[in-house]
Design a protein around this ligand. Structure first.
Ligand code: GLU
Length: 318
């Protein structure tokens, strides 16, 4: 296997930007306040787009109303603004885009790529052949049609028994056999909501996204998204999955794990500093007490994605 050095990798990215404009995005779910894990995704996607004069869009992933915390999106946007992040164009809200998701679902139905499924989660768990990436692998029960008079619950995309292989810009070559590791996956959920996998692909397509930079917790979702691009006859973007930061308790930093790593206006510049260091960017010591704007400016001029370590790590906020 060819291993690209960090300088090669940076050149590849910069050269790509010569031929086509780079369009990146940050797509937080408004399920709580801004924390260090989300800040890393904002910082990595922002620096990668802006360091090669690309655009950086913002999308609020409020697809799942029960999980949305009222006011969280606005608070996050205000804080990002205060920290000096500047995004291009209008902010996209997934909750405004249900019609578009339905259109693409209809298109996939016309192409014969999807089928209705009547299985409950309990039934799938009972008959799943083995544990998969999502906890279970869908065993294909309704592939040839719903049995008897059972009613439709979800709509699934039929997947091939084939390995999807892609090169992640940070974690290297990734492989996943969709049928064996995931199974036919849900595009429209039993509760009537569109699934994340469908929405994220439709949104990235419509925004012309050329590079997706986000947390490594989504490494295993990417093959499903790449397969959706294929069903729609489109070329997927380049993917860069950032290492995850774990707290002292060894758990992924998130709003669910308490207020560890919460970002405020006061600690913002310190957290940005920690973010740059976590992403392997080695800012010079004299910038330690700089303003968020100065840190982002240094980041835009000095960002090297090839320096990002492909390793999830613990971070200490003490
Ligand atoms: N909304 C997802 C999150 O906050 C990120 C989705 C993505 O970047 O594709 O974890």
């Amino acid at each position: 296997m060819l291993v690209a050095s960090s300088a090669d990798m940076d050149n590849l990215i910069k050269n790509a930007s010569n031929s086509e404009p780079v369009i990146g995005r940050f797509a937080p779910s408004p399920t709580g306040p801004l924390h260090f894990g989300t800040l890393l995704a904002a910082l990595g996607s922002y620096l990668q787009a802006k360091s090669c004069a690309g655009s950086w869009f913002l999308r609020i992933e409020d697809l799942d109303p029960p999980r949305v915390v009222p006011g969280a999106a606005d608070a996050m946007l205000r804080l990002l603004e205060q920290l000096g992040f500047e995004w291009d164009g209008d902010i996209i809200y997934q909750s405004h885009r249900y019609k578009r998701y339905q259109q693409i679902l209809d298109q996939l139905r016309e192409q014969g790529e999807v089928f209705a499924c009547s299985c409950s989660r309990k039934e799938i768990l009972a008959s799943a052949p083995h544990p998969g990436e999502e906890g279970f692998v869908y065993p294909g029960t309704c592939r040839e049609g719903i049995r008897g008079s059972r009613s439709e619950r979800a709509i699934r995309l039929r997947v091939p028994d084939e390995e999807i292989i892609y090169h992640d810009g940070i974690f290297g070559e990734q492989r996943q056999n969709l049928e064996r590791d995931v199974g036919d996956f849900v595009l429209h959920r039993a509760d009537g909501l569109f699934a994340y996998q469908l929405a994220v692909v439709v949104d990235d397509i419509d925004a012309g996204i050329t590079q997706v930079v986000r947390g490594a917790d989504l490494l295993l979702s990417t093959p499903r998204q790449i397969y959706l691009y294929r069903c729609l006859n489109l070329v997927p973007p380049d993917y860069f999955h950032l290492p995850l930061a774990f707290g002292n308790n060894g758990k992924k930093l998130s709003k669910r794990n308490g207020d560890m790593g919460l970002i405020t206006r006061e600690n913002g510049s310190n957290m940005l500093w920690k973010g740059l260091v976590f992403l392997g960017q080695s800012p010079p010591e004299e910038l330690f007490n700089s303003t968020p704007g100065e840190l982002l400016c240094w980041g835009r001029e000095n960002y090297h994605p090839g320096k990002i370590p492909a390793e999830n790590r613990q971070i200490n906020f003490a």
